[in-house]
Design a binder for this molecule. Sequence first.
Ligand SMILES: NC(=O)c1ccc[n+]([C@@H]2O[C@H](COP(=O)([O-])OP(=O)(O)OC[C@H]3O[C@@H](n4cnc5c(N)ncnc54)[C@H](OP(=O)(O)O)[C@@H]3O)[C@@H](O)[C@H]2O)c1
Length: 249
Amino acid sequence: MDRFKGKIVVVTGGSSGIGFETAKLFAKEGAFVFLTGRRNRELEAAVAAIGANAQGLRGDISSLADLDWLFDEIKAERGRIDVLFANAGIGEFAPLGSITEAHFDRTFDINVKGTLFTVQKALPLMNPGASIILNASVAGIKGFLAFSVYAASKAAIRSFARSWSVDLRERGIRVNAVSPGTVPTPAYDSLGLTKEQMTGFLQAQAAATPAGRVGRPEEVAEVVAFLASDASSFMNGAEVFVDGGFAQI
Ligand SMILES: NC(=O)c1ccc[n+]([C@@H]2O[C@H](COP(=O)([O-])OP(=O)(O)OC[C@H]3O[C@@H](n4cnc5c(N)ncnc54)[C@H](OP(=O)(O)O)[C@@H]3O)[C@@H](O)[C@H]2O)c1
């Protein structure tokens, strides 16, 4: 229960879904957790649900000014970061032929640029033994209808984990990626599917998954916690799939 006692953890996108469940788990196991997100109400609700070991910092990871402010606050409050879960990200459908510049820019600004500068700006606060976990996706190694821009952004995240494990070797900081499969979260509400379409989609995903079901955010959180802990001390630059086997067959 006290795996992360005394640790300072940052979870971007900690106000919802996978990020929220992960922040909750870290706090439950003794860490002090900074949660980020753009919407204040959701952030406040998440912090209230987690309790005294959490603090919300509102900001957009695609804004370098927001990131500067955010890490200045963390430095002033706690002075260091032991674990960074760079989780914030978005996904929107757009089939090739209808992809707009705005769709591309939004996806890459948040998922790729935002993740890159989140990690880069966190580094001055990180010491040897610290752990960075990036949230990638099974989409990074698969093809999905009308999801190519998102998939490419997540392939970039997986690539970052490889390269940054080398960049950070002298600093003693590990970088790994977690790649969830189908894990219903509030993000699914903004995919533009009707209730019936969503039910059909989730049934089809469950049928295509050896586990025979879709996943839960808590199941991703457990793997992130493992990658953050010393139990994974010889793992670096890896991609760990939490997909019930979906992308493995
Ligand atoms: N759920 C899945 O099936 C699945 C599968 C594979 C990978 N993933 C990845 O898992 C991560 C979390 O997804 P989720 O399903 O948990 O979605 P979610 O419930 O919508 O949560 C996303 C979180 O990220 C925050 N966020 C989004 N854009 C942001 C920005 N520009 N700056 C700061 N915070 C931002 C959101 O808060 P605000 O909107 O208030 O900013 C929210 O807290 C994403 O990177 C996603 O690509 C999810």
